[in-house]
Design a protein around this ligand. Structure first.
Ligand code: ADP
Length: 423
């Protein structure tokens, strides 16, 4: 293993894994914390997918440190901590606390942060995160059910989460190349800073930053920052094998489960619900016991087939706010996640073999309930969302979509592009 990665959610992990495969690294995604004694998979890069984005910071730190120990025991030469390209976090964490703990464990005193993902419209300029032409705080992320992002200044956001000071490597340095970035990082380190937000507007900048960070024990960022890392290993003569993104064909009934309330997912659910058998979960009815998992499964079994069906909790911000006001934010989130997990398990028991799941937390809950422990990574459907195949039995095709990714017809397109299948 050359690169060991720790991702704070499962959709982000497959996004990162897809990037590494595309850039030529044989990559395996492991779901959840592996047993300390488990041997590492045969791969150049291993991505451990945690579900640590919104759990208490202390637990996120403990799990990330355990993942770090396992990755280092497996030979990882560099560690990559992956979070969302919209920097999803709150004032208590978990990006800052996890990165500080990893730094300390690695006996390092500098790391960088770059969530930019230009292909999907995320760029960082003067430390401010943009989604398309909007600041993060006006991008829809201010309404996120669990991690509303209301401050676009990442230096400020991260500073609220860390004990050591945060600096900025601005565009002017990044545009000059890897040497200038290294110089700036050294200067920040000289000022006692341990954390540096780094600007990036296009993929070339991410490759520059990757090159500059070749010797850093720890890097943190979105999947885009991984673009430049395989080349470092290739340059050092450590990476020779070719990565393959061909998955075994899997046939069988197709379903879409959507628990994301992000803007893009709302559009995708509206598109698909007008064209396919669809059922909406209503958290208030679920809480009152009026809508139950068994009823949902009964409906689903009657519609299960080659043409995908859709089960969703996805709702517009006003509706989510009303539900949260009644049930509480975390309780509403957990209720929907537990329901989706039980529905996912019931559907696979009923024969479903191809699943698209929308939402990071939602995907984490469902794959956990399915008992999937590792994924092989296939081709991307849209940037950041690959088809994957579970390594255990029964073999499942899974596409785990982060909330804001994908075009309006993503769900339909996913099954059109599924290896071996047709919808
Ligand atoms: P994303 O990838 O868009 O961030 P996530 O699945 O990570 O999506 O997060 C969405 C959260 O919102 C989950 O915890 C989910 O259970 C919760 N949720 C989904 N639908 C509703 C709803 N209608 N009301 C309240 N919370 C919801």
């Amino acid at each position: 293993m050359l690169l060991g990665c720790i991702a704070d959610d499962v959709t982000g992990a497959s996004d990162l894994a897809a990037t590494l495969v595309r850039e030529g690294m044989r990559t395996v995604q492991v779901l959840g914390l592996p047993d300390a004694a488990a041997p590492p998979p045969e791969a150049d890069a291993v991505v451990v997918a945690l579900k640590s984005r919104t759990i208490p910071a202390k637990e996120a730190v403990e799990q990330s440190l355990a993942a770090l120990r396992w990755l280092r025991a497996g030979g990882a030469r560099q560690i990559f901590f992956k979070y969302c390209s919209t920097f999803d976090s709150s004032d208590v964490g978990n990006i800052g606390p996890v990165a500080e703990a990893l730094l300390e464990a690695l006996e390092s005193d500098m790391t960088l942060y770059c969530p930019a993902f230009p292909t999907n419209g995320r760029s960082v300029y003067q430390g401010h995160l943009f989604v398309g032409d909007r600041l993060l705080s006006e991008s829809g992320m201010q309404h996120h059910p669990l991690t509303p992002m209301t401050d676009p200044d990442l230096v400020r956001v991260l500073q609220r989460q860390t004990t050591h000071p945060v600096g900025l490597v601005a565009y002017a340095d990044v545009a000059q190349g890897a040497a200038a970035v290294r110089q700036r990082l050294a200067a920040l380190q000289g000022e006692g800073k341990r954390h540096a937000i780094v600007d990036a507007l296009e993929d070339a900048h991410l490759r520059t930053i990757g090159e500059a960070a070749a010797d850093l024990p720890l890097l943190t960022g979105g999947s885009g920052l991984a673009l430049g890392l395989p080349e470092n290993f290739r340059r050092a003569g450590l990476l020779q094998a070719q990565a393959s993104d061909t998955l075994p064909p899997v046939e069988g009934p197709a379903v879409v489960l959507s628990g994301s309330c992000s803007r893009a997912t709302n559009g995708q659910v509206a598109y698909m619900s007008a064209r396919a058998p669809s059922l909406a979960l209503d958290p208030l009815s679920l809480a009152r016991g009026e809508q139950r998992v068994e009823q949902i499964l009964e409906w689903a079994r009657a519609h299960l087939g080659e043409a995908p069906l859709l089960i969703y909790a996805t709702a517009e911000p006003e509706k989510v706010a009303a539900i949260q006001a009644e049930l509480g934010r975390d309780a509403a989130g957990s209720l929907v996640e537990e329901t989706m997990a039980a529905v996912g398990r019931g559907l696979v028991e009923a024969g479903a073999r191809r699943l698209v799941i929308a939402g990071g937390e939602t995907s984490g809950a469902v794959v956990q309930a399915l008992g999937v422990t590792a994924l092989q990574i296939g081709r991307e459907i849209d940037p950041g969302v690959p088809w994957t195949a579970s390594l255990g039995e029964p073999r499942l095709l899974l596409a785990l979509k982060s909330g804001n990714f994908g075009t309006e017809d993503f769900f339909e397109k996913a099954f059109r592009l599924a290896p071996g299948g047709s919808a």
